[in-house]
Write a protein that binds this ligand. Structure first.
Ligand SMILES: CCCCCCCC/C=C\CCCCCCCC(=O)SCCNC(=O)CCNC(=O)[C@H](O)C(C)(C)COP(=O)(O)OP(=O)(O)OC[C@H]1O[C@@H](n2cnc3c(N)ncnc32)[C@H](O)[C@@H]1OP(=O)(O)O
Length: 209
């Protein structure tokens, strides 16, 4: 069992906006850190200032990432999610919409903090994005689940620093299992990564009938 409590505090609109703005600044900080050439003394001075800022934030620490109150869909509540969460500096973040056709779509740009091969996106980052998007497509089919399998096929390198699109759809539901597939495309519309996945609603979450 995880040591993080399942119960989540709910953020009000103002606090969610303020913390999302904070996360956006921290994202800029991460990229500036990867690219900085200010030299050792300045880097050490900035590190000390950041340590002090971190202590200020930690002065009011929650036991678990908060949620936002239920939006249009329950799955939009996880504002600390590492792919879609505006509150999480590690999230690009990828903004997703669910169409009436059940297709989950999003556009996003990945900065150099996600670099794998020089100038291209790390394959694990593409897999993480696809896991989330296919998982949301599974959930949109009415049967949310945990990832049981995820297969990625890297057709061509995914470029950093340019708009990418991602989409996914559930293809079939078999009891507690949902199958989904999706793609990431570059700005030219060509597929860079394809994925298929199977999600399983854990037995313990199935309501007893
Ligand atoms: C209501 C809540 C539901 C969950 C919450 C989801 C919220 C969704 C909301 C918003 C969408 C957001 C999107 C999120 C995207 C990211 C998701 C992740 O990152 S998930 C983290 C990574 N994945 C794990 O850590 C899983 C670890 N594995 C497990 O917990 C279990 O193994 C699990 C749940 C996958 C299955 O456990 P069992 O106990 O429920 O299932 P058994 O009864 O053992 O098996 C059922 C059938 O499935 C097959 N099966 C089980 N695991 C399999 C596997 N890994 N691969 C292939 N088949 C598997 C079995 O062979 C069996 O097949 P036969 O019915 O007999 O034919």
């Amino acid at each position: 069992m995880s040591g993080i409590p399942m119960e989540r505090p709910l953020l009000g609109e103002d606090e969610a906006a303020a913390l999302s703005a904070l996360a956006a600044r921290v994202r800029e900080l991460a990229e500036a850190t990867v690219l900085t050439a200010v030299g050792t003394a300045e880097a050490a001075a900035v590190a000390a200032e950041i340590e002090a800022l971190t202590a200020r934030l930690a002065a009011g620490r929650r036991d678990a990432p908060p949620f936002v109150p239920s939006g249009e869909r329950r799955m939009d509540r996880q504002i600390g999610n590492p792919v879609t969460g505006a509150l999480n500096p590690l999230a690009p973040p990828v903004e997703l919409t669910v169409g009436s056709d059940g297709i989950v779509r999003g556009e996003f740009t990945l900065s150099t903090v996600y670099e794998g091969p020089p100038s291209y996106v790390h394959g694990g980052v593409s897999a993480m994005v696809l896991d989330q998007v296919l998982g949301m497509a599974a959930a949109a089919s009415g049967t949310p689940g945990m990832t049981a399998t995820l297969e990625t096929r890297y057709r061509r390198p995914t470029p950093l620093g340019v708009p990418l699109s991602v989409e996914a759809k559930a293809s079939r539901v078999e009891g507690r299992k949902v199958y989904a597939s999706g793609t990431i495309c570059g700005p030219d519309g060509r597929v860079t990564v394809e994925a298929t996945a199977m999600f399983i609603m854990p037995q313990r979450f199935v309501p007893h009938s």
